[in-house]
Design a protein. Sequence first.
Length: 316
Amino acid sequence: MILDKLTKVVGINIVRHRSYFAAILVALGCGVAPVGVAAVNAQALVPHAIKLNFGNLEEQGIALARDAAQLAQFEQYDLALPRARLAVQLAPQAYQTQAVLGSLYLRKEDYAKAIASLSTAHNLKKDNPAILFSLGSAHLRKGDYPKAIEKIKQGLVIAPKEPTAIFDLGNAYYMSKRYDEAVVEFARVYEIEKKFWAATNNIGLVEYERGNPDKAVKQWEKAIEQAAVAEDKAAEPKLALAVAFYTKGDRDKGIKAAIEALKIDPRYGKEDFLKENLWQDKLMADTRSMFQNPALKDSLNQSELSTKRAPTRQSP
């Protein structure tokens, strides 16, 4: 799991996005819009016509950046992005405007532009951990794992107990095949935030990849228990367990668990989606084998239909 993706569908992922934007909003001198407000109401945060007073452009740029960040909390990116771009034009030397624009590019999966804007923001404000964490996230998704590790660790010097940043650090180590270090970071996440079941799930990914399926099973079972406490059905560890059971020879148990997982979130029937969530070679090969079983045909067909109907997943 990489935690990248829509609030209600992927659950815990939005925590990171909201926390980073929250830090930027605090820097902008405004509060965070309350969770649960309808997205349509977010449009009321910004007037339809933007009137500029050329007497104080920087102040207006920061105000626009504030509006854009608040809109982004409600995934109103088409409204937020033009305001963030204008904010940077009005106040290019304000780190807040650059940070908001970079964070929006990151959500839109335009990693090169995200890194450029966030790097500018960091040069303007060296001690802001949210900017460093966002930079690390952008490098992670771009596939530059050494740079992701570097930026996240810099941020953790300033804010050492940010669980989502530590989770990203664990993912960067995992993708670099630095498995021992990855497990240490994922364990740290759980120590800080007991409901952060994705970290336990990813320890299972690590163990399976380095040839310890029994250890992986224990981690995925633990992740499901943690998710239940967080009132999350957790499709990913359930499907991973299904693959492990199936591969060990308990095919009926594996198929049953796989069907349950795909009912929770049919996107996990798509190989591309699994890869986005950091499923690597061993687990992917065993998943492909299980998916060949005719008993899963109907569930995988439903997965195909559901993913065609699903909205585009937004990056952090």
